[in-house]
Design a protein around this ligand. Structure first.
Ligand SMILES: Cc1cc2nc3c(=O)[nH]c(=O)nc-3n(C[C@H](O)[C@H](O)[C@H](O)COP(=O)(O)OP(=O)(O)OC[C@H]3O[C@@H](n4cnc5c(N)ncnc54)[C@H](O)[C@@H]3O)c2cc1C
Ligand code: FES
Length: 263
């Protein structure tokens, strides 16, 4: 019987440096994978970390990693250009069918843009498959902005509000939290609107409050929940909340269910 915990080696094909702390690692991978799913990335002696899929290419998968601790420090220090061990994909990911034909609004905070990048990019390249697509992406400062090249394309195709919490004097772009821009959203048919919110729990909480103030229903909102995980495949119980295993049943949830699963 195959041991599901055994990872496979995956070569790092390209490293895209967004900021000093956040790089995208483009790695070899053959197989089906959806945006919003995640892999466990590991290094012997250092451990494993769950990391979302931030892009999918021919024979490759992207991981946008923020350097925060044991495993991620080691990856940044010693593994750029080498290979890593990966197992997955795990979790449900985003089902594009939920969003086709709809007026889509994606609200993402910081690295929260990673799991939903594939969804935004899909609709930027297939605009005919949705009614409209708006991205509200918030970063702490201009130096924290991720996926700058993608933003260039997205700004041509989609309605994009790229905001920063703190801007230098004279900066003329959007400033402030993502929630500031939600009351101004306009819809042709509000019942056909659908929202995706990804980011820290506090950002999701306040973003959802603003969306509900627009008169939207909870079932029109989707979230991704990055609760602490261990095995990633429904065995250890680390991510369990009640009868829900975030790693198996999520991390993407409709808000009707997901609202009870936010820490
Ligand atoms: C489904 C899912 C998807 C994810 N996707 C991504 C992604 O796409 N990109 C990404 O960068 N991350 C992602 N994460 C988060 C990532 O898995 C964690 O940041 C992971 O812990 C990093 O592993 P590490 O060993 O480098 O950090 P760790 O060493 O585990 O440290 C993680 C955090 O804990 C703190 N910490 C560590 N040790 C201590 C201590 N002794 N006392 C107090 N605090 C401590 C660190 O400062 C840091 O903030 C995801 C998580 C989940 C669950
Ligand atoms: S992480 Fe082990 S059961 Fe979900």
């Amino acid at each position: 019987m195959k041991n599901e915990y055994i990872p496979q080696a995956s070569k790092i094909r390209e490293v895209i440096r967004h900021t000093d702390l956040e790089y995208t690692f483009r790695m070899t991978y053959e197989g089906d994978v959806k945006p919003g799913q995640f892999f466990e990335i590991s290094l012997p002696k250092y451990g494993e970390a769950p990391i979302s899929v931030s892009g999918v290419g021919a024979g490759t998968v992207d991981f946008t990693i923020r350097r925060v601790g044991k495993v991620t420090n080691e990856i940044f220090e010693n593994y750029v250009g080498d290979s890593l061990l990966i197992r997955g994909p795990y979790g449900n990911g985003f089902d594009l069918e939920h969003f086709k034909g709809r007026e889509i609004v994606v609200v993402a905070g910081g690295t929260g843009l990673s799991p939903v990048r594939g969804v935004v990019d899909y609709f930027a390249r297939h605009m005919q498959e949705c009614d409209s697509c708006t991205l509200i992406a918030g970063f702490k400062t201009l130096g924290d902005v991720l996926f700058k090249e993608d933003f260039a394309l997205w700004k041509e195709k989609l309605q994009v509000i790229q905001t920063v919490d703190n801007a230098p004097e004279g900066y003329e772009g959007p400033v402030g939290m993502v929630t500031r821009y939600i009351p101004d959203l306009k819809f042709k048919n509000p019942e056909n609107a659908v929202f995706i919110c990804v980011g820290p729990p506090v950002m999701i909480k306040f973003t959802v409050q603003e969306i509900l103030k627009l008169g939207m229903k909870e079932e029109q909102i989707w979230i991704s929940n990055e609760r602490k995980m261990c095995c990633g495949l429904g065995k250890c119980g680390h991510c369990r909340m009640g009868s829900t295993y975030i790693c198996l049943d999520g991390p993407v949830f409709n808000y009707v269910e997901g609202k009870n699963l936010i820490d």
